[in-house]
Design a protein around this ligand. Structure first.
Ligand code: HEM
Length: 430
């Protein structure tokens, strides 16, 4: 089986590749060029995500290709201990407990602890767009990537002045691990990642020196450890910050861009959101299913395992194809239809499943809900520019738009039905 996530149709219409893999008679094919087993069916992906005894996380954050020696000599200096997506038992249950205690991971906690931050940041960004009424804006550069980054920096207590640097480092990490950089680029990105890790260590050190009585995540994690390394080490606090700064922004940026793309590429859908903001949460859930921000996630087998008739040997890397699983006709009727009213949209696997289930799912939903509601209120005439064309950055895991060029029109659209049930269920590839 061939799968090239870095060029061709996968960058404009990934759903056609997901369909091909779901229909493959081998059921779990091996992609020789990537060196990855492709697990695509909902039942298999869900099982693999939760079965940590068979599917380990040790290589989840390791580059998917053979890194050149010069870049590798830099990468080995990044001695961040595994705490989240790369951690296995017995470490993971302990670090996960720490994360649950210090990071708001339910809808109520996220609203109580982060609601004010999210609303303030959304309002800032929306008013900047409103100031440009009548003109074009790239919603990716000016909204969808900005909001989650600013929010996660606020939560961690990181100064705004560091925004640009962190954005570059985090984008670099996504390209270094799941992209296809050439050797020179690998070295540059690896150096950036090492600087980023040192920055996180320094952030924690400074917080220790200044007293840890703040309400930010780092202060809370330091208070939680209470000087007890068996609970959490200081280096593990830095590693949590290192992970959250990337996980908290690259993912939600994708969700926001996909939601706006789905809404604006069918103007009836946008009008429906403008007319009835109560429909926003269902719209967000269906976006998560239909166009997941992470559409493939890595695991490594810890022992031989048979999945869908294929025997995968121990030590093999597997790509859990969340995007394909979310389109599995065995679970979702008419899976290629975007339908915010489908009753089972929440059965998507876009936040994972089991012990590693995304800790930021509630925050991501909060951000997307507030963002869409405020944008619909303030810019009801928002629409994609005619010259806009959809394309995604080449990556095995993160599905990110290059741009989303739109016209900022603060007037309500003059005509067209406000709610369009037929259009809301039109089929379209992601
Ligand atoms: C739409 C937005 C997001 C998506 C699609 C997403 C997706 C995912 C996925 C697929 C996983 C792996 C789950 C598994 O292995 O079972 C994950 C884990 C994780 N996510 Fe998210 N995420 C999002 C937002 C966030 C946010 C906002 C944060 C934090 C601020 C965050 C932090 C994490 C962390 C720390 C983990 C690792 C958890 C663990 O290993 O215990 N994510 N996420």
């Amino acid at each position: 089986m061939q799968l090239n996530p870095f060029s061709g149709v996968y960058l404009t219409d990934p759903a056609s590749a997901w369909r091909r893999i779901l229909d493959d008679p081998d059921r779990v094919p091996y992609a020789e060029d990537l060196g990855l087993w492709l697990i695509s069916r909902h039942v298999d992906v869900r099982h693999a995500l939760a079965d940590t005894a068979t599917f380990g996380n040790a290589l989840t954050l390791a580059p998917i290709y053979e890194v050149c020696p010069e870049a590798m000599s830099v990468i080995v200096q990044i001695d961040a201990p595994p705490t989240t997506a790369a951690a296995d038992p017995p470490t993971h249950p302990r670090t996960r407990r720490a994360l649950r205690a210090t990071f708001a991971n339910t809808a109520d906690r996220a609203e109580a602890e982060y609601g004010a931050i999210v609303r303030r940041r959304v309002d800032e960004l929306v008013s900047r767009l409103v100031d440009r009424a009548g003109r074009r804006a790239d919603l990716v550069g000016e909204f969808t990537t900005e909001l989650p980054l600013l929010v996660i920096l606020d939560i961690l207590g990181v100064p705004d002045a560091d925004v640009d640097q962190i954005r570059r480092w985090a984008d670099g990490q996504v390209a270094l691990i799941w992209g296809q950089p050439d050797p020179d680029e690998q070295v540059r990105l690896a150096r950036g990642l090492l600087e980023f890790w040192r920055y996180c260590q320094d952030l924690v050190r400074r917080r220790l020196d200044s007293g840890r009585d703040g309400v930010d995540f780092i202060s809370r994690a330091l208070t939680y450890r209470d000087d007890d390394d068996t609970v959490l080490t200081v280096t593990e606090v830095a590693s949590l910050a290192f992970n959250l700064l990337v996980a908290g922004h690259e993912t939600t940026a994708g969700l926001l861009a996909h939601a706006l793309d789905e809404a604006l590429s069918r103007p009836q859908r946008w009008r429906a959101l403008v007319a009835d903001p109560r429909s926003v949460p269902d719209f967000v859930t269906e976006t998560l299913r239909f166009a997941p921000a992470i559409d493939g996630w890595l695991r490594v087998t810890r022992r031989d395992v048979t999945v869908g008739g294929a025997t995968i040997p121990a030590g093999a890397r597997c790509l859990l194809m969340i995007g394909a699983a979310n389109r599995d006709p065995a679970v979702f009727a008419h899976p290629d239809r975007f339908d915010p009213r489908r009753p089972d949209a929440a059965d998507h696997l876009s936040f994972g499943h089991g012990p590693h289930f995304c800790i930021g799912a509630a925050l991501a939903r909060l951000e997307a809900g507030v963002a869409l509601t405020r944008l619909a209120e303030a810019i009801p005439g928002l629409r994609l520019a005619p010259e806009h064309s959809r394309s995604f950055k080449p990556n095995v895991s993160f599905r990110a738009h290059h741009t989303l060029v739109a016209t900022i029109d603060i007037h309500a659209p003059a005509d067209g039905p406000t709610a369009a049930p037929a259009a809301a269920t039109e089929a379209r590839a992601a």
